[in-house]
Design a protein around this ligand. Sequence first.
Ligand code: COA
Length: 164
Amino acid sequence: MNTWRIRRAERRDLGDILVIENQQFPEPWSRAMMLEEITNVENRRYSVAEENGIIIGYLGLMFVMKDELHINSIGTRQGHEGRGVATSLLDEAWAQVRRSGVTRATLEVAVSNTRALALYYRYGFAPVGVRKNYYQQTHEDALILWADIAPLDAASSPDELDAP
Ligand SMILES: CC(C)(COP(=O)(O)OP(=O)(O)OC[C@H]1O[C@@H](n2cnc3c(N)ncnc32)[C@H](O)[C@@H]1OP(=O)(O)O)[C@@H](O)C(=O)NCCC(=O)NCCS
């Protein structure tokens, strides 16, 4: 059983999320950008994994259309990788978005990011194209991944019905 809980991100999580962002990404989002993301309830859904009062992972989704989402970001705090944190964030998000009619997901990932690719492949993502020179710092190409998300019969899962 996990020793953390998944919940929606709040403004007070910004500092911890930025710690992870700065640890894990060569081109981290700024404080202002991240604050805007977390507080955008129109078409974003940010969630965090909290363990003993510390945020050990976060996931940021953007709803592109009613039935389509983009994974903006996912990161696990240094020292907590390989514990299933990212998997639990995706599991929780998928369970929610399937109920709200999302059927497709997309993202970009660096071609060399084998850890993230392995995670995404487990969720049915597959490469559909390449964005050349996508990352400004590393000049690395990004793979464009797509996944179909199987619809869920809302009646079959009567627990929390929390719209994105
Ligand atoms: C990619 C990333 C988000 C994965 O996060 P994570 O929390 O380590 O992922 P998980 O633990 O859920 O899954 C990773 C592995 O741990 C394994 N795992 C899951 N639960 C586990 C557990 N309880 N104990 C040990 N291993 C476990 C999984 O089987 C998985 O194995 P894999 O290496 O074959 O994929 C993380 O490495 C990260 O933050 N990377 C930098 C940022 C990044 O690249 N983000 C993606 C940008 S597109």
